[in-house]
Design a protein around this ligand. Sequence first.
Ligand code: XIL
Length: 358
Amino acid sequence: MLGTGLVGMAMLGTGSLGIDTLAPALPLTQSALAATGVPVGAAVMIEDFRLDPRLREALLRYCDVLVPMNDLKWEALRHDRDGFDYSGADEVIAFARRHGKGLRGHTLVWNDGLPAWARAIVSRAEAEREFNRHIETVVSRFKGIIPVWDVVNEVIAHEPTPGRPLRDSIWLRHLGPGYIETAFRLAAAADPKARLVINDYDLENPDARTAQRRREIIAIIRQLKDKGIPIHGVGLQAHLYAERAVDVDGLQRFIAELLRMDMTVTITELDVIDWRLPADPATRDAAVAKLVSTFLNAVLAVCSPAGIVTWGLTDKSSWISETFKRPDGLPARPLPLDAAYRPKPFMNLLQNARRGRA
Ligand code: XIL
């Protein structure tokens, strides 16, 4: 479903950005990894994409699949209530198609990334009208072009309780918990062939909150399936915290349950929050790669993911730098390429997964 196979692999061997310049690979013990490898990709920030030819070159070299980072969110598509502005998304999509790269759509329903007029919606009727129109219009516009959608994003409460499993959001407030199934129903009606995903964060940490979040995802999938509403996969955002361990056992049990429910698993927003790591770049990059290696090994040991997407490609530009600022003020190093586009050990792991070998 994701990507177009191992596009561009021939470019990988040598050259200034070649992976042969990397430190030795950390082992990937991918027992279940398909011999053909996993499609690898990155989210694309439109401003960087427009301004920096090195980014475009790196996307071609390292990626099978591209994701417009912000340009399919309401904020970008719907500056005003009536129009739909596809200009940013179309640029990335045209580039992807021209170069045979796969695409993911992110995201139809989120409590964040909304324009002011949508945040100010006051009535159920208005919410319903805009919500329905948005999903129908956007999914139809990209029918046959975007094969997979993050239909709902971050709908599980940060800390779910039995009485309050879902995040407080304008959609929950106005439409009630049924908005999730409505979103999937509308997306499926607009493009019956699209693969429909529920995407969320904090699904890999070793704590009770995470375990509860995983249970809520399972509960939603079960509800949708019981009602015959199409849902095809789960997106693990995987914004990994360097100071937290990966709950390998809990994550693998979760994935096993998802597979039993015929779900695909995609790693959708991989990066590492390095705010608590030591300053030294090499030490930091090694710690980041070690954590990513642990996480990918945990996933690859039990499934062959539909894709592995990082949330950006180079440390030059990442939301982590803004959202998780280091106390020492140093720039963050959350992604597979450094700020000068040199591949870090993190990249080596991705390209190994891409080629289906340890
Ligand atoms: C972030 C983008 O990276 C930023 O550029 C933007 O300002 C805010 O959104 N979880 C998600 C993503 O699902 O859409 C978010 O992306 C990061 C957290």
